[in-house]
Design a binder for this molecule. Structure first.
Ligand code: UD1
Length: 339
């Protein structure tokens, strides 16, 4: 396959790129590098020993991206380009909607012009809003209890994609709802490179372990969970990347939704303990007030992806912490200032 990865230089895209290249597929990355670094693409090439076609372009700019992709051949798209900071989406909603919605409209239009039919979308378990139960399958209602424009933009994108597929029935679409992607490539060469203060737990914990930050704030310890702290389904980024490959391999006309998660939940304190064990570092923490909008537990029921895609997450939380620590300790500044 020749796969166009939108946002392909980012945390998730770079790991998918390595997996695709290693499986013999060709990869084209289109990215505006607003929240990623060209060094990630160089490292993907180094790790896989294969070249990547790199297109520096903002997908939300239809003229520029149509021109940039006019002569580029691809048969499949994995659409990851978008902004993802919850807090920023609340303070700058129009910019979030513009980027996240317009980029999707544009890539779908470009696909129609080029008669490209295979589409995998990077969605999120955030679309489940406030879940009815800790373990969530794909039939769970979406959109209820969503509290931020980032989440709504994922929900809206899913609807837009369904409508476009309805109008173009030959389109083969997979909507992948990620739970909590963590970890890094086992080489420690690519990983999550947050700009500024990390919003998510594992990169924050990694920076505390490295001594860049003083302590972790544990957002609440009175949830209805075994130790009172929030429980999430942390999925290793390499498992997530392999899930995309499986989704591509099983596309068929229509829209299919898959949860990508492990089916196992871990609490904030468990994650801190495991990271401490893997890094050999003490990780100070302090319990603070719960974060607005957080739910107590969110765990995937991954049975549909397991049976229909023949895929399952095989890596443990220990693997994620070990690989995240390797990445963090080898790249204390992320990719900033590189290449
Ligand atoms: C968040 C987003 C979700 C997004 C996902 C991946 C919200 C409500 N949801 O999920 O839409 O798809 O990131 O980017 O923000 N925690 C702490 N201290 C911290 C950070 C987090 O205790 O400094 C706790 C949280 O309360 C939660 C768990 O750690 O229980 C995981 O948090 P996080 O990594 O931010 O992911 P989610 O909130 O699950």
């Amino acid at each position: 396959m020749r796969v166009l990865l939108t946002g392909g230089a980012g945390y998730i895209g770079s790991h998918i790129a390595v997996v695709l290249l290693e499986e013999g597929h060709d990869v084209i990355v289109i990215d505006d590098f607003s929240n990623s670094h060209p060094e990630a693409v160089r490292r993907v090439e180094e790790l896989s020993g294969r070249p990547v076609i790199r297109i520096d372009c903002d997908l939300a700019d239809l003229d520029a991206s149509s021109r940039a992709l006019a002569d580029v051949e691809f048969d499949s798209v994995i659409h990851l380009a978008g902004l993802k900071s919850i807090g920023e989406s609340v303070s700058r909603p129009s910019s979030y909607y513009r980027t996240n919605i317009v980029a999707t409209l544009n890539i779908l239009d470009i696909m129609a012009i080029k008669d490209v039919r295979r589409f995998v979308f990077s969605s999120s378990a955030t679309v489940y809003g406030t879940p009815d139960s800790p373990v969530i399958d794909e039939s769970h209602p979406v959109g209820r209890g969503l509290t931020n424009p980032y989440g709504w933009s994922k929900w809206m994108n899913e609807q837009i994609i369904r409508d476009v597929q309805h109008a173009r029935p030959e389109l083969e679409v997979s909507l992948l709802r990620y739970f909590n992607p963590v970890g890094a490539h086992p080489s420690g060469q690519i990983g999550e490179s947050p700009s500024g203060t990390p919003n998510n737990l594992m990169p924050y914990v990694a920076q505390v372990a490295a001594g860049t930050r003083d302590r972790v704030s544990v957002f609440g310890d009175s949830y209805a969970t075994p130790d009172g702290t929030g429980v999430r389904d942390y999925i290793h980024i390499m498992d997530l990347a392999e899930g995309h490959l499986a989704a591509l391999a099983h596309l068929s006309p229509g829209v299919t939704v898959y949860n990508l998660g492990t089916g196992v939940g871990h609490s904030v304190l468990e994650l801190i303990r495991e990271f401490s064990a893997q890094s050999g570092r003490e990780i100070p923490y302090r319990v603070t007030a719960p974060r607005t909008g957080d739910v107590s537990s969110a765990i995937a029921d991954p049975a549909k992806a397991n049976s229909e895609l023949g895929w399952r997450a095989t890596r443990s939380l220990a693997d994620s912490c070990r690989d995240s620590w390797l990445w963090q300790s080898q790249n204390p500044q992320g990719l900033t200032g590189q290449g």
